[in-house]
Design a protein around this ligand. Structure first.
Ligand code: PLP
Length: 371
């Protein structure tokens, strides 16, 4: 039996709401759960509008389209993130421009953003990695100086806070994913949240094939079908009801690991900066030289002992798909490259058992001793 990295935690309400959809014959892309999920989740984030989508990647694409991103434009983003960020920009015919990471939070380094801004830059896309908010104070200051919109990728940071404000509500718009391993899940799903009415209306129009209200089957522009189903929203709503407990468990996991692994040399732990609330979507750490075996060896040994782990992202500037297109922008990315080699995350789900965490800490301790 493996201890999985992450599994969804589903309960009675998920079942009840899903059955309710079937009973009412509301299984497609309209229905009460969609309305409630959009309203309640955007309110939870402190944003005025919520627009559901099929997944986080399409939420990114939709958000960028709503900002008016065009071929030739550029978007600044961390190199240390998931391919979705770069792909969504490329779907618009635009170009991702990469920035290195901060040493402690692994988020985009605000100190290196300004030098990447050109006349073609049309947006900044910070990503709240593994649940820790980016330094939005500095990022927003740069954005205001250059009149650039900010699209936050909060797919890993539901409920994370920056000076008391929730991730996703700090920029012009934020996006979320509700994939199976995220803090709350719809199976698959995504949402754009924003307090900007124009952006919200653009998202609503474009996600539904750009059908206009006044004339049926008449289109003024190219749209997309990024509609979530009422079934997915039913799951999402049930999950949202218990988001505080799901996050509390994630934070408790982190606390447990922090103390259980504290005395093991060679490990670098996740941080939580002052005035920030890390939701520890994944409990991520770095395996340094002093540990005595490298990241890949440790992962293999853990796997043999029934503990599943995952490596960190491979930076986007290293991706063959992007290099081939000449999109792996110039520059140095020493932090992203180092953490990508040394980083892994441990089982982190909201259903993780205490005795499993004890076993994981003990196993790592023993592996360190015989290393
Ligand atoms: C999961 C994730 C996405 C993509 O979400 P999908 O729903 O899988 O498309 C985007 N950005 C980040 C940072 C993610 O972790």
């Amino acid at each position: 039996m493996m201890i999985p990295v992450c599994e969804p935690l589903l309960g009675a309400h998920e079942k009840k709401y899903l059955l309710d959809c079937l009973t009412r014959n509301e299984i497609s892309s309209s229905g009460r759960y969609l309305k409630a999920f959009e309203k309640d989740f955007s309110r939870y984030c402190g944003a005025r509008y919520g627009i559901t989508t099929t997944n986080g990647t399409t939420a990114l694409h939709l958000g960028l389209k709503a900002l008016g991103l065009k071929p030739g434009d550029q978007v600044i983003m961390p190199t240390f993130t998931i391919a979705s960020c770069a792909f969504a920009v490329i779907y618009c015919g635009a170009k991702p421009v990469f920035v290195d990471s901060e040493v402690d939070t692994w988020n985009i380094d605000p100190g290196e953003i300004e030098e990447k801004i050109t006349r073609e830059t049309k947006a900044i896309m910070p990503v709240h990695t593994y649940g820790h908010p980016c330094d939005m104070e500095r990022i927003l200051k740069i954005a205001r100086k250059y009149h650039l919109p900010v699209i936050e990728d909060a797919a890993e940071a539901h409920g994370a806070e920056h000076h008391g404000k929730k991730a996703g509500s700090l920029g012009d718009l934020g996006i979320f994913s509700f994939y199976g391993n995220k803090i709350i899940t719809c199976g698959e799903g995504g949402m754009v949240v924003t307090s900007n009415r124009t952006i919200a209306e653009r998202c609503r129009l474009l996600k539904n094939l750009a059908f206009i209200k006044t004339k049926r089957f008449f289109h003024n522009e190219i749209g997309f079908n990024y509609r979530m189903t009422n079934l997915q929203a039913a799951l999402g709503l049930a999950q949202l009801e218990k988001i505080d407990q799901l996050i509390a468990k994630r934070r408790a996991n982190a606390l447990f690991y922090n103390s259980g692994l504290r005395n093991i040399s060679g490990l670098v732990f996740p941080v939580e900066r002052k005035e920030m609330r890390n939701v520890y979507w994944m409990y991520a750490l770095l395996v340094g030289k002093e540990f005595g075996m490298d990241r890949d060896q440790l992962m293999e040994e853990l796997y043999k002992r029934g503990i599943e782990t995952r490596t960190f992202f491979i930076p986007l500037h290293k991706q063959p798909a992007l290099k081939k297109m000449g999109l792996a922008s110039r520059g140095r990315f020493p932090v992203a490259e180092a953490i990508s080699r040394q980083g892994l995350y441990l089982p982190s789900g909201s259903g993780l058992k205490r005795q499993d965490m004890e076993y994981i800490c003990e196993t790592i301790k023993r592996l360190r001793k015989c290393a």
